[in-house]
Design a protein around this ligand. Structure first.
Ligand SMILES: *Cc1c(COP(=O)(O)O)cnc(C)c1O
Length: 360
């Protein structure tokens, strides 16, 4: 069976080495030495000032909203994983959708500006598939209207824009290290900021607000993570360049087979250093997509409809039509892409799609 993704696992002996240390120290969670070490190594690898390793990418978004003390309306993208929207609602704010750009599939700054009201407090945008938003245009809008900016960078691990980490834009960026993501700690996530004052708040917020064992800074939540999760991250991080290179190679194999079929892929700016975290293709019609999916499934190949449905159609938000997002989400399919996928398998998948589309 070939799934859309398969978690990268390091050689088991490498993980066992870390386990020995954990057994010696019996320091399992609550900011152990491996958590601290992973945070340091991630800051270094990603080129960011403050990074807090958390238990998942959803809590990262929720802490970001709390740390910025956001209220009322947050303008957001309808084309993302559900956690982007659900976190806003969970924090008692109102998601206001702005449609995506028809070529990049990230939130369209021109649409954002149309949605601003006196109740708007922030923009929460996703670098969807790791393709950076128009960070410069969004920054301009944020300055003009005095809004905060959070980037859901769950897909953007290692992505650079103009040779700097894309995580350096906005007030806060959030990452997910879930097992399905390009870099993972089984479950995990992180919050990144360059702002010292925000970092100070986040450090308390992720640990129940504890200020020592008997004093509390303010309200907090449990965003902590374990030594076991950190150990997985420490085993995987040194392999990231190799992992990204393999994904790039597989993506290029797909590109070659699927060119000239009238399929579309996201437009990635030439100033972006991409991480090849996903391989989305947009079919001419949903009918074509469903036919290809059926044929692939019959061969035990399971691509995924990331992201379908468009989030403005969730039953707990105000559904305002988002024509571009709804159209793209009906026609997009993510092909299998992971380190262990063999070139021959990518070629086989590409050729099944090629044959199916030629027969339609
Ligand atoms: C995976 C993902 C999340 C949630 O991350 P978890 O670690 O699974 O909580 C949030 N946003 C996007 C865009 C994601 O893909």
């Amino acid at each position: 069976m070939i799934n859309v993704t398969k978690s990268y696992l390091p050689p088991q002996e490498e993980y066992n080495e870390y386990l020995k240390g954990i057994w010696q120290r019996v320091h399992l969670t609550n900011h152990g030495p491996l958590v601290t070490e992973l945070e340091e190594r991630l800051k270094d690898y990603l080129g960011v000032k403050h990074l807090f390793f958390l238990n998942n990418g959803t809590i990262a978004i929720q802490i970001a909203i709390k740390a910025l003390d956001l209220k009322n309306e947050i303008i957001t993208t309808p084309f993302s994983y559900v956690a982007t929207t659900s976190s806003i609602v969970w924090e008692n704010c109102t998601p206001v959708f702005a449609d995506i750009h028809p070529k990049t599939y990230c939130i369209d700054p021109a649409e954002v500006e149309k949605k601003i009201t006196e109740k708007t407090t922030a923009i929460l945008a996703t670098h969807v598939y790791g393709n950076p938003c128009d960070v410069e245009a969004l920054e301009k809008i944020a300055k003009k209207y005095n809004l905060k900016v959070i980037y859901d960078a769950a897909h953007a691990f290692g992505v650079k824009y103009k040779n700097t980490s894309v995580l350096n834009f906005g007030d806060i960026s959030t990452l997910s290290f879930h097992a399905t993501k390009i870099f993972h700690t089984i479950e995990g996530g992180a919050i990144v900021t360059n702002n010292d004052e925000l970092a100070h708040r986040i450090a308390y917020m992720r640990n129940f607000g504890h200020n020592g064992s008997e004093d509390f800074w303010g309200v907090g939540i449990n965003g902590k993570t374990s030594e076991f999760n950190a150990a997985m991250g420490l085993c995987i991080l040194p392999n990231m360049d190799k992992i990204i290179a393999k994904r790039r190679l597989l993506s290029e194999r797909y590109d070659k087979i699927l060119e000239n079929l009238g399929l579309t892929t996201p437009l990635i700016d030439s100033k972006v250093t991409y991480n090849y975290s996903y391989y989305p293709i947009i079919f001419k019609s949903e009918k074509d997509l469903l036919e290809v999916k059926k044929i692939l499934n019959a061969s035990n190949i399971y691509p995924r409809r990331y992201f379908y449905p468009s989030l403005n159609t969730l039953n707990y938000v105000n559904n305002t039509p988002m024509p571009i997002s709804e159209d793209i989400s009906r026609r997009v399919l993510c092909l299998p892409l992971y380190y262990d996928l063999q070139e021959v398998e990518a070629k086989m998948i590409g050729n099944i799609i090629l044959k199916t589309l030629k027969n339609i």
